[in-house]
Ligand binder design. Structure first.
Ligand code: ADP
Ligand code: MG
Length: 327
């Protein structure tokens, strides 16, 4: 079997078929398909410090960059979507970017991880999506700005399904605030249902966290198939911009093999930064904080800072290549 390009770029060939074989240790559990404008320079001296402000890589001119709306998605639960949304977002904040985090998961883990109780929240993304409440009314200022989720959001898929334009509800809501941010990161539920589709429609790119321990290539193919459908019908520009390996344990052959399989299949889409396994990531949300605030000098925080720099650099490289193509 040759190498498979599972994730075609927009305008590329149609999605490749599922891989002919999966390695022995790759989980085979069938996964539910449905259960679910120009920016100003980043100046914001609010709550979080900006020690890395000088590290915006050479060539980056945030004043010229359009808002990047990134959906963090993987229909598998427990792969670090929420952890990555928060810590990547706070890393961007440290770099001086203006960041909005959107909690689109009815479980409200992102909201909780910033010390808010989703059960006690009056108005949330549910009201934004279903009742067209302006998103600015559900944004809380935490380590980064955060559009909160509440338990109601569980009913959003059903309520939305009856509405015209149900797939564009988030895109429309974000229009109000889009120009105020350099990055909007959307944390999605563990499904490829209407909430995740709303995120894909609103997004300029998708980052897929994958857990090294239970790597599911089939799951990634399903995700790409959904994304291809969104590209065809709703948002021609959206594509997977990167895959981030999480819960990596370099001491185990298993983790190293998972990375090899990812790189064989997805090449450059796999970020060089690996997020190692450490209990710090579970400890921080209990304190209502990111790992950057909880343990600012630790390796866990540094890993997400490194990922943030890589996400910025990868986009610059891609834009540069596109500019040369069109020259
Ligand atoms: P998802 O949003 O995809 O369901 P979470 O971000 O909630 O996943 O992560 C699932 C659990 O794993 C959480 O308890 C989280 O604290 C923990 N976790 C996340 N990343 C790591 C990591 N790199 N090492 C160890 N535990 C992690
Ligand atoms: Mg989550």
């Amino acid at each position: 079997m040759g190498l498979i390009r599972l994730l075609p770029r927009p305008g590329g060939s149609p999605p490749a078929p599922a891989p002919e074989r999966e390695p022995e240790h790759v989980e085979r559990v069938p996964e539910p398909v449905v259960s679910e404008p120009a920016a100003d320079p980043p100046v914001d001296e609010s709550d979080s410090p900006a020690p890395d402000a000088g590290e915006i890589s050479a060539g980056a001119d945030p004043t010229q960059a359009a808002t990047r709306v990134i959906a963090l998605a993987n229909q598998k639960g427990g792969v670090a979507k929420t952890t990555t949304t928060l810590n990547l977002g706070v890393s961007f904040r440290e770099m001086g970017y203006r960041v909005l985090l959107v909690d689109l998961d009815p479980q409200g883990n992102l909201t909780m991880s910033q010390g808010l109780n989703p059960d006690a929240i009056e108005r949330s993304m549910f009201d934004v999506l279903v009742h067209r409440v302006p998103i600015s009314e559900v944004i809380e200022q935490r380590e980064a700005d955060l559009a909160v989720a509440s338990i109601d959001l569980a009913g959003a898929e059903l309520a939305l399904s009856a509405l015209i334009g149900r797939e564009r509800s988030l895109e429309k809501a974000l229009a109000e605030v889009r120009g105020q941010y350099d990055f909007i990161l959307i944390d999605t539920p563990p499904s490829l249902g209407l909430l995740t589709i709303n995120a894909f429609v609103a997004a300029t790119g998708v980052i897929v966290p994958v857990q090294c321990e239970y790597l599911s290539l089939r799951g990634l193919v399903q995700l790409e198939n959904t994304l291809a459908m969104v590209r065809e019908n709703l948002n021609p520009h959206v594509a997977v911009e990167g895959i981030v390996a999480t819960m990596f344990d370099g001491r185990t052959l298993h983790s190293r093999e998972a990375i090899e399989i990812l790189e064989e299949n997805f090449g450059d889409l796999v970020y060089r930064t690996r997020i190692r396994k450490t209990v710090r990531y579970a400890e921080a949300p209990v304190k209502g904080s990111s790992v950057l605030k909880y343990d600012p000098t630790g390796a866990a925080a540094e890993a997400y800072r490194e990922l943030a720099r890589e996400v910025v650099a990868a986009k610059e490289a891609q834009d540069g290549a596109q500019a040369r193509e069109h020259a």
